[in-house]
Design a binder for this molecule. Structure first.
Ligand code: ZN
Ligand code: ZN
Length: 235
């Protein structure tokens, strides 16, 4: 290990400046991310302005109106130019050097989760996409998370059918487009389980809501979610 460090000294995954550990970021690059901290929605993790005091267990308008049925979801950082610049190459261009920094920040963002998780489930990719891309970015993030929690990662119980891209659709269109896209093929693995969904990004939350729906239908006890970055729209 020491010889390897000598030959390949640890460098910041973004700017290549020397760092103390492989797969980490230098302080300058780290500080550029919009990491999510309190205050935030206690259910979906939506970040509130720092000066907003909503008391203990604050809820965003979406969760307060009960339109979010997910039990708990958190994101390490806000989706912006900085997070997109590592998220997109990781997703589409095999930039696996970002895996450690992404999964570690997600693990850190999960520290408030008090309940035990039985199963870590990366958001499935349709088989056609998996074949083309060669990997599911959610699985690469879920693996270290499952290892840290010391629970099983499940990539066999839920299947995703192919649907055209949702690129420029609004929340309602996304929800309609994704309805029925997931199929629980091994309900015996899901029943009575507390499940943690893992993905790289959350846009409108429609993917998570739909997975929550089918997993609860299959008897899941609770469904949580963790993503690297999330879109934060003004509410
Ligand atoms: Zn750097
Ligand atoms: Zn919320």
């Amino acid at each position: 290990m020491k010889i390897l460090d000598f030959l390949f000294p640890p460098a910041c995954s973004i700017c290549n400046k020397p760092v103390t550990e492989h797969g980490s970021l230098c302080p300058t690059c780290w500080a550029k991310f919009n990491w999510i901290s309190d205050p935030k929605c206690c259910k979906c993790g939506y970040p509130f302005p720092a000066d907003l005091d909503l008391g203990p267990n604050p809820l965003c308008p979406v969760c307060a109106s009960c339109s979010n049925e997910l039990d708990w979801i958190r994101s390490a950082c806000v989706y912006d130019d900085v997070s997109r610049n590592i998220m997109l190459p990781f997703k589409h261009a095999g930039a696996l050097r970002y895996q450690k920094i992404m999964s570690r920040s997600m693990i850190a963002a999960m520290h408030e989760l008090k309940e035990d998780v039985d199963l870590v489930l990366p958001v499935p990719l349709a088989y056609g996409r998996l074949w083309k891309r060669g990997y599911n970015q959610a699985t690469l993030l879920a693996k270290p998370i499952a290892n840290t929690l010391n629970v099983k990662m499940d990539v066999a119980s839920v299947r995703r059918k192919y649907r055209p891209d949702m690129g420029h659709k609004n929340a309602k269109q996304r929800l309609e487009n994704i309805h029925g896209v997931f199929e629980v093929i091994k309900p015996e693995n899901i029943k009575d389980k507390t499940i943690l969904l893992v993905d790289d990004v959350m846009t409108t939350g429609s993917t998570f809501m739909e997975l929550n729906r089918v997993l609860k239908q299959a008897g899941a006890k609770a469904v949580y979610g963790i993503v690297f970055c999330r879109v934060v729209r003004a509410i």
